[in-house]
Design a protein around this ligand. Structure first.
Ligand SMILES: Nc1ncnc2c1ncn2[C@@H]1O[C@H](COP(=O)(O)OP(=O)(O)OP(=O)(O)O)[C@@H](O)[C@H]1O
Ligand SMILES: [Mg+2]
Length: 363
C-alpha cells in the first residue's frame, strides 16, 4: 500500500438490485456481469475494486459506457453506498462518517465537476462560483474576492455579473471549475467534465487543467471515454470493464503493455515502437504526466515547454494524429454535440444490455 495515497479504495463492490448481499455471494463465487443480470436480475456495478488515488496527482478512470466509472467516483463522496468494501480518505473510513462529517467531506474536502455543470440559473457567474464559501458563512467581501480571483484565473474576467444562460457551454464549464477551485478543496472529482464540449474548447479546458495542476497539485479524479484526453491528463490510469479494473498504472506502461484484448482494442492504433523509441525518458515522463510536481511556477518558460512536450508527444503518435485529424474535420464542420466523445462510447459492445440493465432497476 503506497504511503502517499489520498484516497484508498479497498475491496469495493456495488451491486444494484433487490438483494445485493445474496448477489454478492454469487459474484464472489465467480459470476460475471452478464450472467448475474441474466440469472439474478442484478446489475454488477463494481467488482472488487482496489485503487490508490495519489495525493496531488491526476488519476484518470477510463472505460466504455456502463463500465462503472460514475458509480466508482460517486462512492468517493458517498453519493452511492457500497455493497461491500472500504473507501479511506486521508486514512479515515468514510463509511463510518456521520451526517456532519459527511457534509464536511462534501463541502470542504471534495468538489465535483460534472459533464453538464448544474449552475444555478438565477444566480450570477460570481454567485455561482462563490457558492461553497457563501454557504459556509464566509463574509461577502472575502468570498467575492476569492471568486473573482479564480474566475480571472480560468479566463472569465469581465463575466462575473452575467447569468449562466448568457455563457457558452465552455464558459459554463469554466464556472464549474472556478467553483471547485473557490471551494479550495484538496480533492476534485471530475465526471466527464469536458465530454460535452466542442473539440477545440475541450482541448483548451484540458490545457487549463494541466496548467492549474502544475500550480495547485490537487488530487484529481477524472473520468473520460477518450484515450487522448486520458493520456494528456493522467499520472495514473485506471481502466474499467464491466465493473472490474482490468489494468491500472502509468499511462505509458499501459500503452506499451496492454493487459488484455479489451485494452488492446483501444490502444491498437498507437504505434508502440514509436511511443517507446521516439522520445527520451525525460520527454516521455513529462509528456505523460510525471514530474509535474517539479514544474515551475506559471508563466515560466519551463512550464510552457513542459506543456509543449506533452502536446507534441501526443501529436507524434501516429494513432493520435489520425484521431486529431478526425477531430479537426469535425471542428470545421457544424457543431456536432459531443463529437469529441468518439471511439469508446461508439464501440461499446454491451449497449443493449446496458439499456436492459439500467431499465431493470430504477436509476
Ligand atoms: N441506480 C442504478 N440502478 C441500477 N443499475 C445501475 C444504477 N446506476 C448504474 N447502474 C448500472 O451500473 C453500471 C455502471 O453504470 P455507470 O453509470 O457507473 O457507468 P459509466 O461507466 O459511468 O457509463 P457512462 O460512460 O455511460 O457514463 C451500468 O450497467 C448501469 O446500468
Ligand atoms: Mg458515467
Amino acid at each position: 500500500m503506497s504511503e502517499d495515497a489520498k484516497i484508498r479504495i479497498r475491496d469495493l463492490y456495488k451491486i444494484f438490485g433487490e438483494d445485493p448481499q445474496t448477489a454478492l455471494e454469487a459474484v464472489k463465487g465467480g459470476m460475471g456481469k452478464p450472467e448475474l443480470l441474466r440469472e439474478t436480475n442484478h446489475v454488477l456495478g463494481l467488482c472488487d475494486i482496489n485503487v490508490d488515488i495519489k495525493d496531488g496527482l491526476t488519476t484518470v478512470i477510463m472505460g466504455l459506457s456502463g463500465s462503472g466509472k460514475s458509480t466508482l467516483i460517486r462512492h468517493l463522496n458517498r453519493l452511492i453506498e457500497p455493497t461491500a468494501g472500504q473507501v479511506l480518505v486521508d486514512g479515515e473510513d468514510i463509511l463510518e462518517y456521520g451526517p456532519s462529517q459527511l457534509r464536511d467531506l462534501r463541502r470542504r474536502r471534495m468538489s465535483m465537476v460534472f459533464q453538464k455543470f448544474a449552475l444555478l440559473p438565477h444566480r450570477t457567474v460570481l454567485e455561482n462560483a462563490a457558492l461553497a464559501l457563501a454557504v459556509s458563512g464566509v463574509e461577502r467581501g472575502d468570498y467575492e474576492k476569492e471568486a473573482n480571483k479564480w474566475l480571472d484565473r480560468v479566463g472569465l474576467e469581465g463575466n462575473a455579473n452575467l447569468y449562466p444562460h448568457q455563457l457558452s457551454g465552455g464558459m459554463q464549464q469554466r464556472v464549474g471549475i472556478a467553483r471547485a477551485l473557490v471551494s479550495n478543496s484538496e480533492i476534485m472529482l471530475m465526471d466527464e467534465a469536458f465530454s460535452a464540449l466542442d473539440p477545440l474548447i475541450r482541448t483548451d479546458m484540458q490545457d487549463l487543467l494541466v496548467e492549474l495542476q502544475g500550480e495547485l497539485q490537487k488530487t484529481v479524479v477524472f473520468i473520460t471515454h477518450d484515450l487522448d484526453e486520458a493520456l494528456k491528463l493522467a499520472d495514473h490510469l485506471v481502466i474499467l470493464n464491466e465493473g472490474v479494473v482490468v489494468q491500472q498504472g502509468e499511462p505509458q506502461h499501459i500503452l506499451l503493455h496492454p493487459a488484455d484484448p479489451y485494452i488492446e482494442d483501444f490502444v491498437s492504433d498507437i504505434n508502440r515502437a514509436r511511443a517507446q523509441g521516439a522520445l527520451g525518458d525525460d520527454a516521455r515522463r513529462r509528456s505523460l504526466g510525471q514530474g509535474r510536481r517539479r514544474r515551475d511556477r506559471p508563466g515560466s518558460d519551463a512550464r510552457g515547454r513542459d506543456q509543449h512536450l506533452r502536446r507534441r508527444h501526443l501529436q507524434e503518435l501516429p494513432g493520435h494524429q489520425g484521431r486529431r485529424s478526425g477531430r479537426h474535420a469535425e471542428d470545421e464542420g457544424p457543431r456536432q454535440g459531443a463529437g469529441a466523445d468518439q471511439g469508446l462510447r461508439q464501440r461499446h459492445p454491451h449497449e443493449d444490455e446496458r439499456v436492459r440493465g439500467g431499465g431493470a432497476f430504477h436509476r
